[in-house]
Design a protein around this ligand. Sequence first.
Ligand SMILES: Cc1cc2nc3c(=O)[nH]c(=O)nc-3n(C[C@H](O)[C@H](O)[C@H](O)COP(=O)(O)OP(=O)(O)OC[C@H]3O[C@@H](n4cnc5c(N)ncnc54)[C@H](O)[C@@H]3O)c2cc1C
Length: 383
Amino acid sequence: MSQPRFKYLVAKSPEELATLLTRYGGKAKVLAGGTDLLGAMKDRVTVPEVIINIKKIEELDYIREADGTLKIGALTKLNDIEKSPIIRDRYSMLSEAARSIGSPMIRNMGTIGGNLCQDVRCWYYRASPWCGTAFICYRKGGDTCYVTGHSQHKGMLSVEESDFKADELFLYGGGVRVVNPAFALGSLEITPEVAGDGRYHSIMGTKVCHAVCPSDMATVLMALGAKVRVMGCDGERMLSVEELWLSDAPWLAIESDEIISEIQIPAFKGETVGTYLKLRFRKAVDFSIVSVAALLVREGSVVKSANIILGGVAPIPWRAKESEAILKDTSMVGMADMVGEAASIEASPLAMSAYKVPLSKVAVKQAILNLELETMGHMSKSN
Ligand SMILES: Cc1cc2nc3c(=O)[nH]c(=O)nc-3n(C[C@H](O)[C@H](O)[C@H](O)COP(=O)(O)OP(=O)(O)OC[C@H]3O[C@@H](n4cnc5c(N)ncnc54)[C@H](O)[C@@H]3O)c2cc1C
């Protein structure tokens, strides 16, 4: 698989980056570790005209504390987050989540900024024309989500002449039937016959696209109440991680001429306990099927406030509001069952994703049991 043609630029400082973003804006994509972007380009999921390499901006690679706030530069590698003594000691759920991502190689290349901004892993959206499947789904500008099993939907796939050799056209098949291969160079009429397989897809908060947010960092950072600093041509702005996605579509709320420059985790107000649990089919190099990040601010065993965020179940990291409300101003002891039950109250799964409902309940229950155990340990030590 070859890369599409693109103009390649390198920004060595935030100032150079701002100039390039002003000049190329919507035509450009920034390249950090490249672990997501380069694959997506090869598969023609995204075909930017311009790539701006930001890896050489040293000012965006750091982990430091200032006035109790932990600040992480967007170019900090996942490996450095996993290994950082401050993060291991004080924000262990973030370190655990980083350790659960991909493989050592991916964590050595992938950055926290890229992890938050990575594209979704839906197999219809990611299907490569090279392998004989390409779906013009809602996310790619079409009007349907193939997970729901719309069949006989006609779409047009735009193919650059340089992308294919004539004999490769016959590789098309599977989910996409080539109506007339002779017209394939230029634009291709396709008639996908799709049964709809949503086993890895969303069960909550779905608007049109059923793809789930794949980012482990996002789930944990939302539980930690983190904010992101967004840098663009017109200056900077702060967003909470919760505001990083649009509320009516599963897209990032940052503009094409903006980047995330920093992640900030505010100081905790009071005693806290936190945990991250990730359920997946394989123990390594696998995205979560369901994950939960829970952070409780407590006085003794009484929960003053709770952040319970589910990953792998919705197009955005999903706040389990009902579970949080049950715990507020209540002793956590003996509450795990009820809190877990409430976690999926808003679920409306498709048949193939229904198994995620009990998994969400169990994951939240287990997280609360772990935190109860940890709290009891702290309390018995201090008595
Ligand atoms: C085999 C495999 C397994 C994986 N498993 C997991 C997993 O279990 N959990 C998980 O969370 N992730 C997983 N990932 C995803 C991986 O964590 C991401 O690919 C990685 O974190 C992206 O970081 P990057 O620096 O390489 O981003 P890039 O690939 O360089 O960029 C990704 C996207 O983000 C944009 N971008 C990059 N940096 C910024 C920034 N600072 N501001 C704005 N936009 C930016 C790019 O333009 C691009 O659109 C896996 C990936 C692979 C290939």
